[in-house]
Design a protein around this ligand. Sequence first.
Ligand code: NAP
Length: 292
Amino acid sequence: MTEAHLEPTQNYALLGWPVKHSVSPQMQGAAFRALGIAAVYRLIEVVPEDVPEMVAQLRDQQYAGWNVTVPHKAQMAELVDEISPGALAAGTVNTVVNRAGHLSGHSTDGYGLASAIAESFDVRVAGGKFVFVGAGGAARATSVYFAQEGAAELVLVNRTLSKAERLAETIRRTNGACRVVCLGLTDADAIHAAAAGADVVFQATSLGLHVGDPMPVPATVFTPDMCVMDMIYRRTALLEAASARGCRTADGRGMLLHQGVRSFELWTGRTAPVDVMRQALNDVLACRGNPG
Ligand code: NAP
C-alpha cells in the first residue's frame, strides 16, 4: 500500500508598517493555488525596532520566505546572511529567501519596473533614458537596477535635491558609464527639456496616494506620445493630466505584479503563473473600487 505524501504547508509573509492595505496575499495566494503549492502568505505589521526580533522568529519558525515593504527595506539589507549584488548596490531588500535558516536578500522592484515598461510601452532599459520624479526608496531600488541593466541616462528629480544627489552617487558607483542628472522639483524648464527626450517618465513620489494631492510636476512637462508611468497603482491626477496631453500612460500595478512574480520565482524555483497573479491583482483592486 502506498502512503499519500503530503507536503507540509509553507509559510510566507509581508513585513511592513503599515501593511493592512497590501494586495500581495491575494496575488501570491492565487499563484500558490495555481501551482498546487500548500502555502499561507500572512501580513505582519511590525515597528522598525522590533524587526530584528521578528526576523529571528521567522527564521526559527522556518518561514520559507517573506516580502518587505516600507519602512523596513533598508534595515532588512542589514539582517540577511547573504545579499544579491543588486540589493547590495541599492542597499534595499524586498524579498528574503530562507533555506534551512540561511537568509538571502533580494530586491525585485527594479525587475518589476523593467518588466512593466516592456509590457506597457515595449521599452527596454539598456541604452535608454529615464526620468524618475522622486528619490525615495522606490526610486532608489529601481534606478540603481536600471543603471545595472545598462541605462544610458537617468534624470533624478526630487523636492530634496541632496537626496537625489546621494542616489546619483550610488548610481555612478554602480555604472560609471551611466549619465546622471539631478534636478529640483521647481526647475520646471529643465524638467521639461529632460522629459522630452526620455523613453519613460516615472512618478515615484508619494504624491497621488491621496485623492486631491497636488501633482509633483506641472502638466506642461508632458508632451504627446511621451510614456509616463506612475508607481502608484491607480489612475492618479498626474496620469489623467498626461493622458489628456496625448501621452501613453500606465499605473504602478505592472510593477507591483512583476516584483511579486520575481519574488515567487525566487522562493519556489518555479515559473510564476503571471496571468493568474495579474487576474488576482486586478480582482482585488476592482473590489476596492480601483478598476485601473
Ligand atoms: P519614500 O521612500 O517615502 O519616498 C517618498 C518620495 O516622495 C520622496 O522622493 C519624497 O521627496 C517625495 N515626496 C513626499 N511628499 C512630497 C511632497 N509633498 N512634495 C514633493 N515630493 C514629495 O516612498 P517610496 O517607498 O519611495 O514610495 C514612493 C511611491 O512609490 C509611493 O507612492 C508608493 O506607493 C510607490 N511604490 C509603488 C510600488 C509598486 O510596486 N508599484 C512599489 C514601491 C513604491 P523628499 O525626498 O523631498 O522627501
